[in-house]
Design a protein. Structure first.
Ligand code: NAD
Length: 368
């Protein structure tokens, strides 16, 4: 995006607004992009990063906010998409409390149009600071009335997507005896290994951190595999739970798995890699469908307070959603990554239509 292309970019992608916040006293510079409030208040995390320039920060906020709209829409959640980026060193310690309290005040001034949460470079402590100034913070520790860690819910959602993929490919959702390689053993990968072991899968594990690998081998009897061998592993399912862009020209030249399903964001290096998976008949669970469990679980408290059972029941619906995506993919002859976008856009457009006809506001209002 060039300097003079901001409005064209927003128009082409359907963004509603962009707001810039600054407070010199506490060193705050932040950009909030609100992509859509059709389904409900815009929600999405607060990222802190050292951007090359202000335009790069705005571009990141715009791109990420659109992703949130699609994620909530496809997940059946009545929230729109937004994202705040704070320009600065994520490791900054000095004056951190006042920086996030100032940001909390800005968010509060929006009257609930945007709800924030944790993202790259911010912590639950930062959320706690913002919460002093505004109620409009979703991700909070259990001690502060939030749902607590979301990694296990994300892993549970990935498991549901995987069951649907395996059913589509092999005729049964059972993972018993299926060979699955889990790449990345962090907040999502570790509970993923636990779930897969419980389902009777044969689990291979990989991480750059050898201690994490050894823990999984020792606790669950998983088999260790070198990071460089993951995408070429002789498995049924490749489960990326580390970095993005691992579906690329190089990995596709060696990939043996017939299912790709994991939590990593932006798994396709380019859209054409999604088309290539489709052409080869590899079943791909679109990342923002498979990894929605954490945010589905986290935001569930907006509709009646924390209720873990209800939250996890919502996450389990990822299984049906994945089947819906396969139906669209087959009917329209498109890759699943495009089918997911169609599902999300269909829901937003349908709601826009009933709003136009009946003048409804944002469905069931959230309470925070
Ligand atoms: P994490 O930082 O807790 O864990 C990532 C792990 O991947 C680390 O142990 C790291 O050492 C390992 N890793 C990095 N590069 C690797 C490589 N080349 N090979 C093998 N291992 C490697 O992160 P997380 O919270 O578990 O998230 C994992 C992915 O899922 C990320 O892409 C994240 O954006 C996405 N995601 C996470 C959540 C969540 O609930 N935490 C929700 C949605 C999406």
């Amino acid at each position: 995006m060039e300097k003079n292309e901001i409005f064209d970019y927003m128009a082409a992608n359907g963004h509603e607004k962009v707001l810039c916040f600054q407070n010199e006293d506490v060193g705050l510079r932040a950009v909030l992009a609100i992509h859509s409030t059709v389904l409900g208040p815009a929600a999405g995390g607060c990222r802190m990063w050292t951007y090359a320039d202000d335009l790069a920060a705005m571009e990141d906020a715009l791109r990420l906010s659109k992703g949130m709209t699609y994620k909530y829409a496809a997940a059946g959640i009545n929230l729109g998409g937004g994202k705040i980026v704070v320009i600065g060193d994520p490791k900054r310690r000095e004056g951190r409390e006042m920086l996030f309290r100032a940001l909390g005040r800005f968010i509060d001034s929006l009257g609930g149009e945007y709800l924030t949460g944790e993202d790259v470079g911010t912590t639950l402590q930062d959320m706690d600071y913002m919460r002093v100034e505004t109620r409009n913070v979703i991700t909070l520790p259990e001690s502060a009335g939030g749902a607590g860690p979301i990694g296990p819910a994300t892993a549970f959602g990935v498991l549901q997507a995987m069951r649907a993929c395996v059913e589509e490919g092999f005729g049964s959702p059972s993972l018993r005896g299926k060979r699955v390689v889990v790449q990345g053993l962090g907040a999502v990968g570790e509970p993923m290994v636990q779930y897969l072991t419980g389902e009777g899968a044969v689990v291979l594990v990989s991480d750059l951190d050898q201690a994490k690998v050894e823990a999984m081998v020792g606790t669950y009897g998983a088999t260790a595999i070198a990071p460089s061998d993951v995408t070429a592993a002789d498995v049924d399912v490749y489960c990326p739970c580390a970095l993005g862009a691992t579906i690329n020209d190089e990995s596709l030249s060696v990939l043996k798995a017939s299912v790709v399903c994991g939590s990593a964001n932006n798994q396709l290096a380019e859209p054409r890699h999604g088309d290539e998976l489709h052409r080869r008949g590899v079943l791909y669970a679109p990342d923002y469908i498979a990894n929605a469990g954490g945010t589905v679980y986290d935001t569930d408290r907006l509709w009646g307070g924390v209720n873990k059972e209800r939250g996890m029941a919502k996450v389990a619906k990822i299984y049906e959603r994945m089947h819906e995506i396969f139906m669209i993919s087959k009917a329209d002859g498109i890759g699943t990554y495009l089918a997911a976008d169609r599902l999300a856009e269909g829901r937003i457009n349908a709601y826009r239509a009933i709003k136009r006809v009946h003048g409804f506001d944002q469905g069931q209002r959230v309470t925070i």
